[in-house]
Design a protein around this ligand. Structure first.
Ligand code: ATP
Length: 204
């Protein structure tokens, strides 16, 4: 059983995340992909504009849409129900009861800082890492290559850097657009936008 783990804040989930999840499924030929919204992200101030339950519901809505659904994808509330900070190493330990073959998905920003995460060395020994480069900046691409080489040499971590055509967008940008009353067409799944409007999320 090849398990994939994709964690993040997802406040809100956007089409860049969805494209990354599908690329990850295909590139690593996963049997199951757990997508886990954090409870309290260890590295971010908690947003006042949504709740963990909102972020979980928006993920469920997005990945239920026929265009984005895949039977291998499971939206998991594990990190939210465990409580406390969402330390990735604890999530890996939990899912290693299900399979020892775990690959973790990281965007560029996460990948470059992995070693400094809580028990980062254990993460790099326990999991394979798939990094999808979310921007086309040559300096970032070089930094990813260097970090991959370092992780392989220092920890023996299998690192995959599949070709990926990213949608260059962030949740931060989407929250700002919503606060300014701008469209999010082509950036959010329509059901997620409906949820945001119905619950008054991310307004200024
Ligand atoms: P924020 O702007 O609030 O920091 P974000 O858009 O970066 O949010 P996160 O929830 O922090 O989204 O991201 C979860 C994971 O998805 C991280 O590994 C991140 O690098 C990755 N990711 C985010 N946006 C994209 C994107 N457009 N393309 C590919 N990967 C992405």
């Amino acid at each position: 059983m090849k398990l994939g783990i994709y964690g993040g804040t997802f406040g809100p989930v956007h089409l860049g995340h969805i494209r990354a999840a599908h690329a990850f499924l295909d590139a690593c030929a996963l049997d199951r992909l757990y997508i886990l919204p954090t409870a309290i992200p260890p590295h971010k101030a908690a947003s006042q504009a949504d709740t963990p339950e909102d972020r979980l519901q928006m993920l469920k809505l997005a990945f239920s849409e026929p265009a984005y659904a895949d039977e291998r994808i499971v939206i998991s509330d594990y990190e939210q129900t465990r409580g406390g900070k969402s330390y990735t190493v604890l999530t890996l330990e939990h899912f290693s009861n299900e399979s020892q073959d775990i690959t973790m998905l990281c965007g560029t920003d996460m990948f470059l800082t992995l070693e400094r995460w809580y028990r980062g060395d254990d993460i790099l020994r326990m999991a394979k890492i798939c990094c999808l480069c979310r921007d086309d900046d040559p300096a970032a691409i070089r930094a990813i290559g260097d970090a991959a080489q370092h992780y392989r040499a220092a920890y023996g971590t299998p690192v995959y850097l599949p070709a990926f055509d990213p949608l260059v967008i962030s949740s931060t940008e989407i929250r700002a657009r919503i606060a300014r009353g701008e469209t999010t067409d082509g950036l959010l799944s329509p059901t997620v936008r409906e949820y945001i409007d119905a619950h008054g999320l991310y307004r200024a």
